[in-house]
Design a protein around this ligand. Structure first.
Ligand code: FAD
Length: 307
């Protein structure tokens, strides 16, 4: 089976989520990667089993990217197109599916197993096995769910790919990336320290930052915390915020409402710190500490620093 993997790059390197998507596609069949714009060498794609990269023009809008990927799929006779379920992947997957007349399976969480693909449903409370009923398929992979493919020492050849991309329909006047204070962006973070209303106010977030620094984690928060302006909106995780799947999620002073859990219950290990032993979050926790965050968190930070 021939596949196309759409790759998003940063500084000429494929993003982690895109490398996972590329590895997923390689697990399905012979895969050609498609990138838009500059690439540093092969962008790290050879190491995940890609042998050919088609390099399209840079600075494209979502509509043009959809055309680029669809044209590459037609040229290569690809029956499956894979991209990460990140903001760009979400923006182009539907466009590519319409152009190719393909079915779309979004947010796959498990490596390919034959004809069916697994994704979470009902806010992560269950999973569904989905089989495509169309000749061609577009699949998006949930970041941090499938894991990175085993690294190889292969390299990929890079070819210029020119096709009719149509008129640019959207012009970006200004782009400002939220500051993460040098920490990994939340969607890609493997370690996350998150806090809720139990922290009482923004003046107490130093405790959360200190713990995050000691662990090397990114900070997150519950929705009310960002709604009342204690923390920026890009830190809000949950059903209406960012859905994350880190290796470690430390939840401090968060009750564990279903809408919060919907965005974090794919985390590999969940640690809950809450003074209420009846807090619902403990049911989803791998480790729980019943105690006052203002006592527990500084001690935990010191323990991590000592490690
Ligand atoms: C349509 C809809 C969508 C929503 N989407 C989201 C979403 O995406 N993300 C999200 O987070 N929420 C979402 N919510 C809100 C959600 O239902 C909860 O209200 C919210 O998650 C609660 O936030 P919290 O746990 O920080 O606050 P609270 O519910 O107030 O809980 C605070 C917790 O801190 C504990 N605590 C208090 N003091 C201390 C202390 N000193 N030490 C330790 N623990 C302490 C308390 O025991 C309590 O468990 C949504 C709600 C709706 C209706």
């Amino acid at each position: 089976m021939n596949c196309i993997a759409f790759i998003q790059t940063k500084g000429g390197q494929a993003t982690k989520a895109s490398l996972e998507a590329a590895g997923f596609a390689v697990g399905i069949g012979q895969t050609v990667a498609v990138v838009s714009g500059e690439l540093n060498g092969d962008g790290g794609l050879g190491a995940v089993g890609i042998t050919r990269v088609l390099q399209g023009a840079g600075d494209l809008d979502d509509s043009q990217l959809g055309r680029l990927v669809s044209a590459a799929a037609d040229q290569e006779g690809a029956t499956v197109v894979v991209c990460a379920q990140d903001h760009l992947g979400k923006a182009i997957a539907g466009r590519v599916a319409v152009r190719l007349g393909a079915g779309l399976i979004a947010g796959v969480t498990v490596a390919p197993e034959g004809e069916s693909y697994t994704r979470n449903v009902f806010s992560g409370k269950a999973s569904a096995q989905i089989t495509g009923s169309t000749d061609r398929l577009v699949i998006t992979t949930t970041p941090n769910a499938i894991g990175m493919p085993a690294a190889s020492d292969g390299t990929a050849s890079v070819e210029a790919f020119n096709t009719d991309l149509g008129e640019r329909k959207v012009n970006i006047l200004e782009a400002a990336a939220p500051s993460t204070g040098g920490r990994a962006p939340l969607p890609e973070a493997e370690l996350v320290v998150s806090a809720g209303r139990g922290m009482k106010g923004p003046e107490n977030w130093g405790l959360i930052e200190d713990l995050a620094d000691a662990v090397g984690a990114t900070t997150a928060c519950s929705r009310p915390v960002s709604d009342i302006g204690w923390r920026p909106h890009h830190e809000h995780v949950g059903q209406t915020g960012i859905a994350i799947r880190p290796n470690l999620y430390i939840a401090i002073g968060i009750s564990g409402a279903i809408q919060h859990l919907a965005g974090v219950n794919g985390s590999k290990v969940i640690v809950v710190i809450n003074k209420d032993p009846e807090a619902p979050f403990f049911k989803a926790a791998d480790y729980g500490i019943v105690g006052d965050a203002f006592d527990v968190v500084p001690k935990l930070t010191e323990a991590f620093k000592a490690l």
